[in-house]
Design a protein around this ligand. Sequence first.
Ligand SMILES: Cc1ncc(C[n+]2csc(CCOP(=O)(O)OP(=O)(O)O)c2C)c(N)n1
Ligand code: SF4
Ligand SMILES: [Mg+2]
Length: 289
Amino acid sequence: MISPEILEGPQKITWCTGCGNFGILAALKKVVTELDEPLHNYVLTSGIGCSGKIPHYIGGMNSYHTLHGRPIPIATGIHLANTDLKVIVHTGDGDCLAEGLGHFIHAARRNVNISVFIHNNGVNGLTKGQFSPSSPRGYVSKTSPPPPGSPMDPVNPAAQAITAGATFVARGFSGDQKQLVDLMKQAIDHKGFAVLDILQPCVTWNRQLTWKFYNEHTYSLQENGHDITDKSQALEKAMENGDRYPIGVFYQVEKIDLASGLAMPSIGVLKDHTTNLKDVQQIIDDMML
Ligand SMILES: Cc1ncc(C[n+]2csc(CCOP(=O)(O)OP(=O)(O)O)c2C)c(N)n1
Ligand code: SF4
Ligand SMILES: [Mg+2]
């Protein structure tokens, strides 16, 4: 039984009052409590951003707060070293869709068996509100003044993931806890690259993609009938935004994942190897020269 005390993070939360990240943290805690898996079986990785602080705010788990744009390759390495672990990436829209976009696309192509939770607030929150790759066209910020605001169409993470080869693609909203918990569980359970695009209001900088906006412009995909195995239909739904944002599972198929296919040689995963510490020390010594 996982108690709330165990899940208390080691650091004081510094997110702004009303931030959508609170909903994501609450959902994650509920998920691990309900799954009741030993906490040492999880590893969280995160990038740099308000989103990237989440490992500091949850206790009892292994985590790695990595560099900006790099939580996916590090998660891939951890997963390939020990495929028994459940590796969950927490990444911002700037982190994942700007500097990290190449990693995102290639991890999807490789169908790496990890989950990627995108804290998508349509803005670079931590660095004080610059427009991000997922800011809507026309979005006004300090770095995209009017006219015309952001002059480009946004990157659509769900659509990118579907076309790149991800085998589970969904969208959640941090204001819909029940569904977010369910989607997180499905993503973690999925064997393959699972992407969950989480709409997460940034109350300090983003005055367009607000709680009110999402409450009025989101609807449930599953309640309206949708075939999650149909890639064209999934893509069509993922691209339906601007005014209406479907929430739910866009796409899910079974496909061989990286560790079960090309990546793992017959010698097996790294954690099963015996390590000659003397050799490791020699490598470290050589690198320090
Ligand atoms: C290699 C590197 N590039 C850029 C930065 C500056 N930087 C830090 S956080 C950030 C953007 C954060 O936006 P996002 O990933 O959307 O996270 P949020 O704060 O919105 O959760 C940037 C550009 C950095 N710290 N390191
Ligand atoms: S700046 Fe935005 S994303 Fe960051 S903690 Fe504040 S409300 Fe949340
Ligand atoms: Mg952001």
